[in-house]
Ligand binder design. Structure first.
Ligand code: NAP
Length: 340
């Protein structure tokens, strides 16, 4: 006896990865249903060696389904998640809609698996922003040892973080720079993304930061510790998949770089690749399709008393979204939900 599972947004970047990961990890599912908008009715998507035909989410009856993995953006989530939750199906949502609701748990299973139990209040669990998810996996074991006071993070975020349209724009614009007549003006992004970097993700806030930067601050506090101070600069880069982060940490206690490396080697979800030689670190193209959060360039920051620097890379469609959502479903299964 397994679970009855819904994947909403099955035609999107994250939804397709959800189906891949459910199959790869042999998630105990008796039935998997693929949903998307009416535009995609009948579109075929892969689930392991099976092919599923997408159904329209509009009018879908969620009753009898145990878990719904949502990746359809905030507007559509606002419309359909309450319907699924009311029908008794636990929604694990990838949008930002519910992340800051105190009654809805925001979960990264390597960091705060026990928070999953709070699903009971609204039948909804939120998945964090992609750049937060990989960062907190790295922060948690170090925080447990030496208490992090402050985080200064700069991100290098791939275009797949902004959906199918982001991927197409980088591809088309790059081609357009070489093929006369095929030039593409920026549409999804605010400036040219091909061979460029853009220090602007999501909308501007009143204090001059962007919503993406604010999300990293608020979500780190909710998942790891409200006392941690975070300042972020989020940058879109012309990489298809894989987010990278340069992270500077200030601790209450001294933490030697060798000890930090050992702690991270033992920590769940992390792979340390840290050789001080040419190529002895991970770059985004190498993390694509992997589950791990890769940590490289671990070194003391001698400009402050208890400082460390590190480089953190992960597949944003996996740990940043689909994998984390499936891990939440697994945690929910272990801790709370009965099968069948
Ligand atoms: N990409 C990332 O790294 C990442 C990380 C964390 C969270 N997320 C979040 O995950 C969600 C999906 O992102 P994505 O990158 O997969 O986007 P995407 O590739 O653009 O796919 C969007 C999906 O949502 C569906 N959809 C859109 N409007 C809908 C509606 N009104 N009703 C039903 N389905 C609708 C689309 O179906 P159609 O094909 O039928 O239009 C498609 O399946 C977003 O909330 C995003 O913020 C993404």
């Amino acid at each position: 006896m397994g679970y009855k599972v819904v994947v909403a947004g099955a035609t999107g970047n994250v939804g397709r990865e959800m189906l891949n990961i459910l199959a790869e990890r042999e998630f105990p599912a008796d039935e998997v249903v693929a949903l998307a908008s009416r535009r995609s009715l009948g579109t075929e998507v892969s689930y392991g060696d099976k092919t599923l035909k997408c159904k329209d989410i509009e009018g879908f009856d969620f009753s009898g389904y145990d878990i719904a993995l949502f990746a359809i953006g905030s507007d559509a989530t606002k419309q359909y998640a309450p319907i699924a939750a009311k029908a008794g199906c636990v929604v694990i949502d990838n949008s930002s809609l519910y992340r800051y609701d105190p009654e809805i748990p925001l979960v990264v299973p390597e960091v705060n698996p026990e928070a999953v139990d709070g699903y009971i209040k609204k039948n909804i669990i939120a998945n964090p922003n992609c750049s937060t998810a990989q960062m907190v996996v790295a922060l948690k074991p170090l925080h447990d040892r030496a208490k992090i006071k402050r985080v200064v993070v700069s991100t290098y975020q791939s275009v797949s973080g902004s959906g199918k349209e982001g991927i197409d724009e980088l591809w088309d614009q790059t081609k357009g720079l070489y093929v006369p007549g095929q030039e593409k003006e920026p549409k999804k992004f605010t400036k040219q993304i091909a061979f460029n970097v853009i220090p602007h993700i999501d909308v501007f806030m009143e204090d001059g930061s962007t919503k993406e930067e604010w999300k990293m601050v608020a979500e780190t506090k909710k998942i790891v510790d409200p006392a941690i101070k975070v300042t972020a600069t989020c940058v879109r880069v012309p990489v298809f998949v894989g987010h990278s982060e340069a992270i500077n940490l200030e601790f209450e206690e001294f933490l030697d770089e060798d000890e930090a490396r050992d702690i991270l080697r033992e920590a769940p979800g992390i792979l340390v690749v840290d050789k001080r030689e040419d190529g002895g670190y991970v770059t985004p193209v190498e993390c694509v399709g992997d589950y791990a959060t890769f940590i490289s360039r671990i070194r003391q920051d001698s400009t402050i008393e208890n400082g460390l620097n590190l480089w953190c890379v992960s597949d944003n469609l996996r740990k940043g979204a689909a994998l984390n959502a499936v891990q939440i479903a697994e945690t929910l299964g272990k801790r709370c939900l009965k099968k069948g």
